[in-house]
Ligand binder design. Sequence first.
Ligand SMILES: NC(=O)c1ccc[n+]([C@@H]2O[C@H](COP(=O)([O-])OP(=O)(O)OC[C@H]3O[C@@H](n4cnc5c(N)ncnc54)[C@H](OP(=O)(O)O)[C@@H]3O)[C@@H](O)[C@H]2O)c1
Length: 432
Amino acid sequence: MSEVKKINIALLGLGTVGTGVYKVLKSQQEEMPCKIGAELVIKKILVRNLEKAAAKVDDPSVLTNDWNEIIQDGEIEIVIEVMGGMEPAKTYMMQALAAGKNVVTANKDLVAVDGKELLDMAALNQKDFLFEAAVAGGIPIIRPLKQCLAGNHLSEVIGIVNGTTNFILTKMTEDGMEFADALAMATELGYAEADPTADVEGLDAGRKVAIMASIAFNSRVTFQDVYTEGITKITATDIRYAKEMGCHIKLLGVARNTEGGIEARVHPMLIPSTHPLAAVNDSFNAVFVHGDAVDDAMFYGRGAGELPTASAIVGDVCDIARNIRFGCTGRISCTCYKNLPIMKIEDVRSRYFLRMQVEDHPGVLASVASVFGNNGVSIEKIIQKTKRGDLAEIVVITDSIEGRHFDDSLKIFASMSMINEISAVIRVYGHS
Ligand SMILES: NC(=O)c1ccc[n+]([C@@H]2O[C@H](COP(=O)([O-])OP(=O)(O)OC[C@H]3O[C@@H](n4cnc5c(N)ncnc54)[C@H](OP(=O)(O)O)[C@@H]3O)[C@@H](O)[C@H]2O)c1
């Protein structure tokens, strides 16, 4: 073995992921020189509370609450940011890159909004800025998209990229639970945060879609470009009807490269139970990719958690360490060399599942069909389900249509006295 280089690392944050990174680097300490020809040494760990952090490390002298001790240390070559949030994380990463340090982060909130600025700063300084852990935690997806699948024109990336919502929907599907009960269970088991908004409203998944779409289609998509809709309105009844139709309801992140532009969206969707993503349950994540050369490929695994997320981060660190050894940092930088338009959600075509409570008398179904017909919406099927007093429940599945035509029909339904309630609107996977 050639001479082993010592590479000094600074860790920013020692929470869930930071602790995982610390443990993984410790457990790999002896093997790293053989694997990558370098010894990885955690020289400093930035924390807010030194006392609280001391119990988590073997040697508390590595702890600091002063960023200057890290940014001014010329021996530190890699900074791992796992504090989360926008600031001071962004400033620290920009300063680290400007000072000639390589940066690894798991911060999807920041990468989905300011990724370009950080990548540009890395390129300017010929350093690496890597963020494998920012999408789907432990599942390798950024590197496969950038590197292993570079020989493809990718047309579609669809994923279950939020473990909390997938756990909730799995409980609703398998145990017939309502949303609120399944959320309470997810909170109790530690799958949901105290404020679950970012997960259940699809925001967390939206950030990951922005990052994946940018890389897959070589054109910048930011979080603000992604349409997001969560799972809070999904009921056990919708799940039951989906099952009757041979479908599962999943919160899907969808990125498609179409002739009209890039579709970037997160929303619940009925997908056939035979689709590989329908079998992804509990807190697991999966990303399904279609390319012109590879055809279909799926990546599956743990989308979050202390050690799975640390696994992705340490993978990035190893890549950088190899680059440092061979003097070739900045090898894979920003790959957004196109400027494709982003489609508005009302222009995106989809099939729809619509559940409504209507007055139970002749002519109502014909009126519903007529509103759809007048708005250019063709119906795949319309089924009358249960009756409750004077009301009947009907379920409509439309053909694939532009969102605007469906929305126009909904506005009219909302104003019709014979329609008592619009109970559910959920998109349906695939084209009729
Ligand atoms: N958890 C996961 O499974 C997961 C998966 C993928 C990506 N990520 C991303 O990884 C990042 C970290 O997540 P996490 O779950 O590990 O969060 P966490 O448990 O809240 O840990 C964050 C840590 O950073 C520290 N910190 C925050 N601001 C700081 C500052 N200004 N100076 C020094 N220390 C600071 C916090 O200290 P205090 O304890 O004093 O507040 C805390 O220990 C986030 O960007 C998240 O989106 C997490």
